[in-house]
Design a protein around this ligand. Structure first.
Ligand code: UGA
Length: 451
């Protein structure tokens, strides 16, 4: 190891959204000194006060524990961040650009430009945000142009694979690490940066595989992984369409094909489709980037994946219309679920909320209930009613839609609910209810891709 490699690097995390806050808190939990940075002062004040600004199981306690040790601090000052850290993680958002499929890179740019002029010692800037291939080279150039002469600053790309709802677990116990690097020094820095992760793994008799790559490969690993996952979901949803037409059951089909280890049973749950802040925008940005690279044809299937996914939402709308005897105008529809998946309060590109919006646009009287996502949902879609409980939500309903598979909905008692509604019609948009039990309680039950 070279003399300029600190034994235990101090870490800074630029961008304390979902990814950044989880990464900052988890690395402090592993014993590192960490400083989280964001331009959003309210967010930083909240974090510094021990409150995680989003819902993630286990994260609040971990934040408070690490604030108390003094290992974890927060700042809105680039100079302070530059002075503190040896390794700077870029964790800012790369949302879909307005009016385009491409990713909006302005936050990455401003984080790099904010940090660069304040750097005064050798350090490593590590990209974690999901980005178009070529970004690491661009970041390297930005740093060369804006870091003071004589200061050596290197770049590495280290994509993140955490899932919302399991974010802490995925950060402490990743199934792999990918290091996109250009030098031995960068590789060594990442090795010592993740020493805590490796030590935890060996104490549990596990290994964390590390794949060391060039920049472009590391960037592509992330978008290709998310594209594969999105494709798998759309594949099973396409099968659901065929099952509907043929009178077959997609849940049994998925179970049967999933036993083939080459296929596997994960990410084969047919339903209203994928949403969230990652899969939808990532498959779009990937297509945009492939077009720029002159290989758009290689990814045209992703546009089909996106279309299959969008059709699921329309299909749920049509099933609801059928239950409402062709008349959505004035029909009372309960939407159970607003978040894009359970155990999250994230409503970004949520299928549940998209369906609620479509129903509202057709003048249905929509009542939404979600255990965690109501505040975020209300901001996105203020024009529908928000209920405070399942019973409140279903009271007087003509049709009930289950669009996020929260435990609370899966285990709801169909006998009790049947007494509260006007018409016992349920669309199980996640194929998560016990169909026989709901039918026995008098409900007209429709799953997706199920007879
Ligand atoms: C996804 C990836 O799974 C992570 O590996 C990745 O790190 C993350 O994006 C990211 O890029 O940051 P996440 O967005 O948290 O994670 O959500 P997923 O668990 O992948 O679920 C995405 C959507 O697919 C949800 O709406 C979920 O309901 C839906 N889904 C998932 C299905 O409809 N069927 C399935 O079988 C699985």
């Amino acid at each position: 190891m070279s003399v300029t490699t600190p034994q235990r690097p101090r870490l800074t995390i630029l961008g304390t959204g979902y990814l950044g806050a989880t990464h900052a808190i988890s690395m402090a939990e592993l014993g590192y000194e960490v400083m989280g940075f964001d331009v959003d002062e309210a967010k930083i004040a909240k974090l510094a006060d021990g409150q995680v600004p989003f819902h993630e199981p286990g994260l609040d306690e971990m934040l408070r524990r690490n604030l108390a040790t003094g290992r974890l601090t927060f700042s809105t000052d680039y100079a302070e961040v530059a002075a503190f850290g040896d390794v700077h993680f870029i964790c800012v958002g790369t949302p879909q650009k307005q009016g385009s499929l491409a990713a909006d890179m302005r936050y990455v740019e401003s984080a790099v430009l904010g940090l660069a002029p304040h750097l005064t010692r050798r350090s490593l800037v590590v990209g974690k945000s999901t980005v178009p291939v070529g970004t690491a080279e661009w970041v390297e150039q930005l740093l060369q142009d804006h870091v003071a002469p004589g200061i050596e600053v290197e770049v590495a790309w280290n994509p993140e694979f955490l899932r919302e709802g399991f974010a802490v677990e995925d950060t402490l116990r990743p199934d792999r690490l990918v290091f996109g690097v250009k030098s031995d020094w960068a590789r060594e820095m990442l090795d010592i940066t993740y020493k805590g992760v490796f030590e935890l793994a060996s104490s549990e008799d596990r290994e964390v595989p590390v794949v060391v790559t060039d920049f472009a490969t590391a960037e592509l690993v992330k978008v290709s992984a998310n594209s594969y996952l999105a494709t798998k979901i759309s594949f099973i949803n396409a099968m659901a369409e065929v099952c509907d037409a043929a009178g077959a059951d997609v849940t049994q089909l998925a179970r049967a094909i999933g036993y083939d280890v080459r296929i596997g049973n994960k990410f084969l749950r047919a339903g209203v489709g994928f949403g969230g802040g990652c899969l939808p925008k990532d498959i779009r940005a990937f297509q945009a980037r492939a077009q720029e690279l002159g290989v758009g044809d290689a990814l045209t299937f992703l546009s089909e994946v996106d279309k299959i996914n969008t059709r699921r939402r329309e299909h749920v709308l049509e099933l609801t219309r059928e239950f409402a005897e062709g008349q959505l105008d004035g029909a009372k529809v309960t939407v159970l679920g607003a978040t894009f998946k359970p155990n999250s309060d994230d409503v970004r590109d949520s299928p549940a909320l998209a369906v609620a919006r479509m129903l509202h646009d057709e003048n249905a009287v929509v009542s939404v209930y979600d255990p965690e996502g109501t505040d975020n949902a209300r901001r996105e879609l203020p024009d529908v009613q928000y209920a405070v409980s399942i019973s409140d939500a279903v009271a007087g309903a003509d049709v009930v839609l289950v669009l996020t598979e929260w435990e609370e909905f899966r285990h709801a008692d169909p006998v009790v609910l049947a007494k509260l509604v006007s018409h016992a019609n349920v669309v199980d948009g996640r194929n998560c209810l016990d169909a026989a039990r709901w039918r026995a309680a008098g409900w007209n039950y429709r799953g997706l891709g199920r007879p």
